[in-house]
Design a protein around this ligand. Structure first.
Ligand SMILES: Nc1nc2c(ncn2[C@@H]2O[C@H](COP(=O)(O)OP(=O)(O)OP(=O)(O)O)[C@@H](O)[C@H]2O)c(=O)[nH]1
Ligand SMILES: [Mg+2]
Length: 311
């Protein structure tokens, strides 16, 4: 059986191998992905972003449990932080998620962000496509950062969640409005800690400043304590409400169209980058030297490269 057909049947090994191939930009993987593409677009994609240590992984685990109880199949893409100091946290993630190792309806894959060839966002969306093709109902993506990180997670997800924690009340003031607009659900995790009410009040003020049309989604605030599970049910409810809102209101189509456009741009960028990688190094170095000495302009260097590619 072809590997892509095994992925369609939910084969974990075939899917894991394909995602590794995508990470390494292997031509075979790109081809395989290509034939899977028509089988994607079914899953609901959920992004979970937040500062390091905000409780993303712990909260994600509570959501996996709840979705499994609802008989939904789950995929998880965990994006490892780039920071070399985060090795411990990453290992911690793996251990915490291990309890799902025996449940074949939960497929977890972490993407090591170091040494990636060919774009963080593109690899993430393609790993999501693989899980989608496997038939997962919901795909959860964990990413460090609050919208300003390397990956703007809201751009590749249907529902995006931003996790905040008490004690960052001042930071809220400094957050740009754009970040607030990037999330559909705001979670205040570690609600067992002091400062929860302050944060909620600050957030409500920020969110209140944005006017909403009657048929627009108004971002929700959910308080959680991921370690005890308090608030987890409510969060899952809000997620499913947002999914319902998207599918019934037509906003999903708009989001998916925007994403399709992005994917096309990423595909073009990646093919240009790999073209440059494959170019004759000596010729490339010579162009750079000519540029540096102002013997040619960037535009004419580009023209030469384009002419070369026509041969
Ligand atoms: N007090 C308290 N601690 C929590 C809560 N949720 C998570 N934690 C703790 O916060 C720490 C970080 O939790 P993680 O789930 O690893 O956080 P993360 O956002 O995934 O962290 P990174 O992946 O490293 O960015 C752990 O020690 C958790 O036990 C909570 O609701 N209350
Ligand atoms: Mg984590």
């Amino acid at each position: 059986m072809k590997p892509e057909n095994r992925v369609l049947e939910g084969d974990v090994l075939a899917a894991a191998r394909l995602i590794s191939g995508i990470e390494n930009n292997l031509p075979g993987a790109i081809k395989e992905l290509d034939s899977l593409y028509p089988h994607t677009g079914r899953a609901h994609i959920l992004g979970i972003a937040g500062a390091p240590g905000a409780g993303k992984s712990t909260l994600l685990n509570t959501q996996i449990n709840i979705f499994r109880q609802k008989a939904m199949t789950v995929g998880v893409v965990a994006i490892d932080p780039t920071s070399p100091f985060s090795g411990g946290a990453v290992l911690g993630d793996r251990i915490r998620m291990q309890s799902y190792g025996v449940d074949k309806d939960v497929f977890i894959r972490s993407l090591a962000s170091r040494g990636w060839k060919g774009g963080l966002s593109r690899i993430t969306i393609n790993a999501i496509h693989v899980m989608d093709a496997m038939g997962k109902d919901i795909i959860l993506v964990e990413a460090v950062g609050s919208g300003q990180g390397e990956i703007d997670i809201a751009r590749v997800t249907d529902t995006s969640i931003l996790i905040l924690t008490p004690g960052m009340g001042d930071e809220i003031q400094m957050m740009k409005a754009g970040i607030l607009e990037a999330a559909d659900i705001f979670v205040i995790n570690k609600a067992d800690r002091d400062g929860t009410e302050n944060l909620r009040a600050g957030l409500e003020v920020m969110l209140g400043m944005k006017a909403h049309l009657p048929d627009e989604w108004k971002p929700r605030i959910v308080l959680t304590e991921a370690i005890s599970g308090r608030g987890s049910e409510q969060l899952a409810e809000e997620i499913l409400k947002h999914r319902e809102f998207l599918t019934s209101g037509g906003d999903l189509e708009k989001r998916r169209k925007e994403r399709a456009e992005l994917e096309l741009i990423w595909a073009v960028e990646s093919s240009v980058k790999s073209y440059i990688d494959r170019m004759d190094r000596d010729y490339f170095e010579k162009l750079v030297a000519d540029l540096a000495h102002r013997r040619i302009s960037p535009q004419s260097a580009l023209s030469r490269i384009i002419n070369l590619s026509k041969d």
